[in-house]
Write a protein that binds this ligand. Structure first.
Ligand code: LMR
Length: 395
């Protein structure tokens, strides 16, 4: 039964981590995966997480099963963070949230749910998009198409083409939009461009699926979440996947959530019952620890403030690295313009490096995604010169 199974290709992002882990060079640098490292090159354990964990340890709570939809306090905290505590969709009980296994788990729950109730719809993702979007929606059974997004010549969004693509989509099409910090390009829409996107989605009868894995890494927690609130205010059917992997530095705990906005409280309760079936048949119910940490941190004012400050610290350090990267490349590779890196938002830079140049960097034990995406959040004051020198060499 197994003899004819072929070798699957390596994952375009996590496969790089595998290659990095196998590299014995002690000076190796991983700019592949989207993980925030501090200036010492370490994945931080946030103070707010440590404190929340101390509270939880004191409780000596038994590890019972969580409800299928997850911890109630967590789901409530997620809704308030994502939609705003004063949101009509919360007050009118039109939003349902289920705890999920990271942002990827949330996307897959949403994809499986949509496939069950909108089986003939097709999915549209940005060109380019997060490497796993296509595979994930295809594995749920959807045909996945691209919509125009990135303009290589301007290093920004080709907005006219994007809007035209949205307007050409058939009613009922599922459109995956990055709420902030576009992965992989770092090129986000302006507020007025979002106005036009929202209008096109509503007028075209499209189903928006907002993916928000980097809330707080762009302009701020509220600013980055603003587009979700604006979509919710239109009354359109809406799905939102969010993740705390990066914003709480809780990668391995797999803490995310899927929220779905319905037309009424009654419809919402039907949706929740179906989402629970998707969860139950996949992994039954989510794990306890990460959800409790996040719920505790978000609901305890002192820890909440600490989190906001720590997240702001990460955001600022990434911006400093962008600036240093641009300045240093100006000095080391004067014929090349990397100013656009300063304008990009979030953890990533679509550097413009070719697949061949990325391969050459790898020969020097510097790992990036084949598409040229580099994780700016993995640069630090100690490794940036090595990276810049290596890039200057391959250009
Ligand atoms: C990334 O894009 O690198 C992250 O979202 C991690 C992942 O799961 O791919």
């Amino acid at each position: 039964v197994f003899s004819a199974i072929e070798m699957a290709p390596r994952d375009p992002i996590l496969g790089i981590t595998e290659a990095f882990n196998a590299d014995t060079n002690p000076a190796k640098i991983n700019l592949g995966v989207g993980v925030y490292y501090d200036d010492n090159g370490k994945v931080p354990l946030l103070k707010c997480v440590e404190k929340a964990e101390a509270i939880l340890i004191e409780q000596h709570a038994p590890r019972t099963y969580l409800p299928i939809e997850g911890l109630a306090a967590y789901d409530k905290a997620v809704q308030e963070l994502v939609f705003g505590a004063d949101s009509a969709v919360i007050q009118e009980k039109r939003a349902v949230t289920v705890q999920a296994l990271g942002g990827t788990g949330a996307l897959k729950l949403g994809a499986d749910f949509l496939k069950r109730f909108s089986p003939d719809s097709e999915v549209y993702i940005s060109n380019p998009s997060w490497e796993n979007h296509r595979a994930l929606f295809e594995s749920a059974g959807f045909k996945v198409n691209n919509y125009a997004y990135y303009d290589e010549t301007t290093h920004g969004v080709n907005f006219a083409a994007m809007l035209a693509a949205l307007k050409a989509m058939p009613r009922g099409a599922i459109v995956v939009l990055h709420a902030c910090c576009h992965n992989p390009t770092g090129a986000d829409l302006t507020q007025s461009q979002w106005d036009e996107v929202i209008a096109a989605v509503v007028a075209g009868g499209l189903v928006p699926f907002l993916d928000m894995a980097y809330q707080g890494f762009g302009a701020g927690i509220a600013e980055d979440g603003a587009v979700v609130r604006r979509f919710a205010a239109t009354g359109v059917a809406l799905l939102v996947s969010n993740s705390f992997s990066k914003s709480f530095s809780l990668y391995g705990e797999r803490v995310g959530a899927l929220s779905v906005v319905a037309a009424s409280a009654e419809e919402a309760s039907r949706l929740l019952s179906q989402l629970k079936r998707v969860v139950r048949t996949n992994y039954s119910n989510p794990p306890v620890h990460g959800g409790k940490v996040v719920a505790t941190a978000l609901a305890t004012p002192e820890l909440r403030q600490m989190w906001e400050d720590e997240l702001a610290g990460m955001r600022v350090r990434i911006k400093e690295m962008r600036e240093a990267f641009v300045q240093k490349l100006k000095a080391k590779a004067p014929g090349h313009d990397f100013d656009f890196v300063r304008e990009q938002v979030g953890m990533f830079s679509y550097s413009g490096l070719s697949k061949e140049q990325v391969a050459k960097l790898r020969e020097q034990s510097i790992y990036a995604v084949d598409t040229g995406r580099i994780c700016v959040a993995a640069l630090n004051s100690k490794n940036i010169d090595t990276v810049v020198d290596a890039i200057a060499k391959v250009l």
